[in-house]
Design a protein around this ligand. Structure first.
Ligand SMILES: Cc1cc2nc3c(=O)[nH]c(=O)nc-3n(C[C@H](O)[C@H](O)[C@H](O)COP(=O)(O)OP(=O)(O)OC[C@H]3O[C@@H](n4cnc5c(N)ncnc54)[C@H](O)[C@@H]3O)c2cc1C
Ligand SMILES: *[C@@H]1O[C@H](CO)[C@@H](O)[C@H](O)[C@H]1NC(C)=O
Ligand SMILES: *[C@@H]1O[C@H](CO)[C@@H](O)[C@H](O)[C@H]1NC(C)=O
Length: 419
């Protein structure tokens, strides 16, 4: 059957990318976003090969690379006077000829999320079959045999809210952790999983780390002051994300921040020594829905699953969802697949979350505060493996490895697969 039209709810990275990919294939897509413009809060910033693969398909990889940069590597360190490096995974440094060839073409790239959003939004605007509506908040959903519907509250600048019902063959909830589509499908409080006791504070800060021999990204192993420091822009903006005890209010966290920086940053700086440009505490969750497809409704990215940010598996998993869903919907649109491919989308994406994203992200965070820094590399299998790579006792990691990607075209009808 033909896909008449797809509605995507939410103009975060996942919704924008899905809209771009589908509209580039000639599928009419309507993107609905409740806010009046893109989110400018700094959130994710590191995109792994899985994400680069999808950016490449959408034709935006080169511009993302030109605005961002490729981190030189990641290390784990001890919070002593010299910030001793325990182990480092050095990223390859391809020659200019190698740079645009696989696997290096898809090596990790770093760019703050709001700048990625702008690139995607500009590309969506070029697509004749894409329509974007800001100020459209989905408040309810409904579906019949042949159509799916959303009720939308449209904010009117004169303060007279309007309500409209929009319908499509498929509606995709890319509406983030607080997804309305998910709540309406499964109930207000239904999001299986748990919230970590620890909370996290993500900050962006201008501070000169260069005298201290910092790498582009590093994690500090410490029972109390576990944290991460990563350069996120070429102008010297850094993301410092640190763990905090649970149960503190925003004001308490804010009050503790100067002491925290004095304890964890090299040089023990007082606030006059750095410029804090962003401070966002947030709770971290490990959650996944029981179904990513309910009839004509689909869920993707944070609306469907959440994990803590250590290792960047959250956004990567979401972008990999988008790639799988894009191939599924295009397959239906062109007759290369039937609707049952959407059930495979559901099972495979959830399998990847349960088998890789959830356990690995949990380990990535826990190893920072449960291990003793002096024995961490010896005791932790993952750090031990990195140590072997570092010392040349194991082959280097493939810079283009895509463990979170799942290729849906393998489920296209046989006649098409062989064509
Ligand atoms: C402070 C912070 C720091 C983070 N740091 C990292 C990190 O370092 N690494 C990492 O991998 N991940 C990080 N994340 C997570 C990452 O940002 C998310 O995984 C990613 O943004 C999810 O993208 P998304 O498109 O699924 O949802 P979102 O980016 O949340 O976008 C959802 C969109 O849907 C819209 N929307 C919601 N409800 C409705 C509705 N009813 N109607 C219409 N529109 C609606 C919202 O306004 C929003 O624009 C961080 C998150 C936060 C909050
Ligand atoms: C989610 O929604 C609840 C209730 O509307 C709100 O209190 C909370 O701040 C929201 N969380 C996020 C991350 O937007
Ligand atoms: C997940 O963890 C395993 C075991 O440590 C590791 O071999 C693998 O590379 C990890 N994958 C990802 C995507 O993090």
């Amino acid at each position: 059957m033909q896909t008449g039209q797809v509605i995507v709810v939410g103009a975060g990275p996942s919704g924008l990318l899905l809209t771009l990919l589908l509209s580039q294939s000639g599928i009419p897509v309507t993107l609905l976003e409740q806010t009046s413009g893109l989110d400018t809060n700094t959130r994710a910033s590191h995109y792994t090969p899985e994400s680069c693969f999808e950016f490449d398909r959408a034709g935006v990889l080169d511009i993302i690379r030109s605005e961002g940069f490729s981190p030189n590597g990641v290390s784990w360190r001890k919070l002593d006077e010299h910030k001793t490096r325990l182990v480092k995974l050095q990223n390859p440094d391809p020659t200019p000829e190698e740079e645009n060839q696989l696997p290096h073409r898809h090596r990790m790239v770093c760019l703050p999320l709001h700048r990625l959003g702008k690139i995607l939004e500009d590309a969506v605007e070029q697509q004749p079959t894409a329509t974007v509506h800001y100020g459209y908040k989905v408040t309810d959903i409904n579906q019949a045999e042949s159509k799916a519907q959303v009720t939308v509250a449209i904010s009117d600048p004169n303060g007279n809210p309007e309500t409209e019902v929009l319908e499509a063959d498929y509606i995709v909830g890319c509406d983030g952790a607080n997804s309305t589509v998910r709540r309406k499908l499964f109930g207000e409080m239904v999001y299986p999983g748990f919230t970590h006791d620890q909370q996290i504070v993500a900050t962006n800060v201008h501070y000169d780390f260069s005298p201290y021999g910092y790498d582009d990204s590093q994690f500090f192993v410490h029972p109390e002051h576990w944290h991460m420091v990563a350069r996120i822009q070429t102008d010297g903006l850094y993301r410092v994300t640190y763990g905090e005890v649970g149960g503190l209010t925003y004001d308490q966290l804010k009050e503790r921040q100067p002491q925290k920086f004095m304890d964890i940053l090299p040089g023990n700086p007082t606030p006059d020594k750095y410029k804090l440009v962003n401070f966002s505490p947030y709770k971290v969750h490990q959650r996944c829905v029981d179904k990513m497809r309910v009839g004509r409704f689909l869920l993707a990215a944070d609306a469907a699953h959440l994990c803590n940010p250590f290792g960047g598996l959250g956004l990567t998993g979401g972008i990999a969802d988008v790639g799988s869903l894009y191939d599924s919907l295009v397959g239906i649109h062109t007759g290369q697949a039937d609707e049952s491919i959407l059930d495979i989308y559901d099972t495979e994406r959830r399998r990847i979350w349960h088998e890789i994203i959830n356990p690995n992200s949990t380990q990535n965070m826990r190893r920072l505060f449960t291990l003793d820094a002096d024995t961490a590399v010896e005791k932790d299998p993952f750090l031990n493996m990195l140590r072997k790579i570092q010392d040349g006792e194991a082959p280097p990691a493939n810079p283009g490895l895509m463990s979170l990607r799942y290729d849906m075209t393998q489920h296209y009808k046989a006649a098409w697969r062989n064509a």
